[in-house]
Design a protein around this ligand. Structure first.
Ligand SMILES: Nc1ncnc2c1ncn2[C@@H]1O[C@H](COP(=O)(O)OP(=O)(O)OP(=O)(O)O)[C@@H](O)[C@H]1O
Ligand SMILES: O=C(CO)[C@H](O)[C@H](O)COP(=O)(O)O
Length: 406
């Protein structure tokens, strides 16, 4: 057991580095005397015991998922956690309005919890939740860093029911931490902590159609109020949220179909999976032949398609100055069990067995987007994240073995 003093209650992870040199296979405990910080000000003793990870332990892998509200983040998270098995649930016995979801492998935290202004505060100051001034990026950085370093944190909770900031909840370092919300890639310090980042890019037309579906059909909002809310958010969305996509390792773009001329129903979608080249532990998926440019209509004997059919495109491209590979699917599946035919023509899927993508899609056939490219590409990215995690763990284990030999 080592002893040290830190200048802020949020620097607990630093204590692990200064007080006890890491040894392979040996977790260490450090007693920390905090000389300031919130914990001490709240009347706490200022003394904390921190358990630090052993050298060679895989650090928490951190994934960032950015998107506007109502753009499918929760649906994507359900697909991702399902890839690892086990159900994701809010912290047991905690705040019923917690935004956190915990499963055996993953903890998903919602960055709305780092709003520094509550609903009334934003109204008084005339700022939206998308505005960086309504969010505490220092705390976001410190807590994500602590979790990545293997140290538990007391994370605030933004209560969407009351619009207030509730007392914090304890978050322990998981194997995989997903930070989802409006700003996972906005602050460069937080961005640098991410092992992989995804941006869900929903075009305005489609966002509007989904908002109507949820907020009008399911929540009783009027068409006018939905339009007004989208319009009110747009300037801040364009200024602070949308630019984050240039930093993403994978972008899922959701656009209106090009198979139906002047379609304005927004039911059939064209979805593009844009994958950055050269990202550590991530190799882009391809269709038929890596690096080539391909247009493929799979409809016919092996894939049933009704109007307007299905079209895939694949090829290299440049996205915000970065080399990327893009797989695109326009249209929707009639029969999900036939998806295996499409899956067998895609390579680098990081599946563990033949047909795993199809199996995952069939398992969640009731999730929104299961009959089109949104569900398909979210599932594929979920498998890629599992693969990335397994590579990082294997590398850490091999480093620990090396260290033990030395
Ligand atoms: N792939 C999809 N295809 C069709 N509709 C979708 C799709 N994904 C989401 N939706 C629609 O958008 C709504 C919001 O989805 P979801 O709850 O996953 O988004 P969210 O980003 O987590 O939202 P919020 O941040 O507001 O909680 C769903 O109720 C559904 O109507
Ligand atoms: O953009 C959002 C992310 O979910 C919300 O609008 C923001 O968190 C504010 O929430 P609420 O409208 O419940 O006060």
């Amino acid at each position: 057991m080592a002893i040290c003093t830190v200048s802020s209650a949020h620097s607990l992870s630093a204590a692990c580095h200064v007080a006890a040199p890491a040894r392979a296979g040996q977790p260490r405990q450090v007693i920390v005397f905090g000389v300031g910080g919130r914990r001490a000000r709240r009347g706490g003793s200022g003394v904390t015991v921190v358990t630090c990870a052993a050298a060679g332990d895989a650090k928490t892998v951190v994934i960032g998922l950015a998107a506007d509200s109502g753009c499918g983040k929760s649906t994507f998270m359900r697909r991702l956690t399902s890839v690892f098995g086990g159900a994701a649930e809010p912290p047991r016995g905690g705040n019923p309005d917690s935004n956190t979801l915990i499963s055996d492998t993953t903890t998903v935290i919602c960055l709305d919890d780092y709003h520094s202004l509550d609903r009334t505060g934003r109204k008084e100051k005339g700022v939206t939740a998308l505005d960086p001034r309504a969010n505490n990026f220092d705390l976001m950085y410190e807590q994500v860093k602590s979790l990545k370093d293997g140290v538990a944190v007391e994370k605030p909770i933004y209560n969407h029911v009351t619009g207030l900031l509730d007392p914090p909840e304890l978050i322990r370092p998981p194997k995989i931490l997903v930070i989802e919300g409006l700003h996972p890639m906005y602050d460069s310090r937080v961005r640098d902590l991410l092992d992989f980042s995804i941006y869900l890019d929903i075009s305005n037309e489609v966002k509007f159609a989904w908002k109507i579906q949820r907020d009008m059909a399911e929540r009783g909002h009027s068409l006018e109020s939905i339009k007004a809310s989208i319009e009110a958010r747009k300037p801040d969305f364009d200024a602070y949220i949308d630019p984050q996509k240039q930093h993403a390792d994978a972008v899922i773009e959701v656009l209106p179909t090009q198979l139906i001329p002047d379609d304005n129903e927004g039911k059939v979608l064209r979805v593009r999976l844009v994958m950055k080249e050269g990202v550590k532990y991530f190799s882009p998926v391809y269709l038929f032949d890596e690096g080539s440019t391909i247009s493929w209509i799979p409809c016919g004997r092996k894939l049933t398609c009704s109007y307007p059919g299905i079209k895939f495109n694949y090829g290299p491209d440049v996205f915000y100055g970065n080399e990327v590979s893009v797989v695109e699917m326009d249209g929707q599946f009639d029969r999900l069990d036939e998806l295996i035919y499409v899956e067998s023509h895609l390579s680098n899927l990081s599946t563990k067995f033949y047909g795993e993508v199809t199996q995952q899609m069939l398992k969640h056939a009731d999730f929104p987007g299961s009959n089109n490219g949104t569900g398909l590409f979210q599932t594929i990215v979920g498998l890629k994240i599992r693969d990335l995690y397994e590579q990082i763990v294997a590398e850490a284990a091999s480093a620990a073995l090396q260290a033990a030999k030395v």
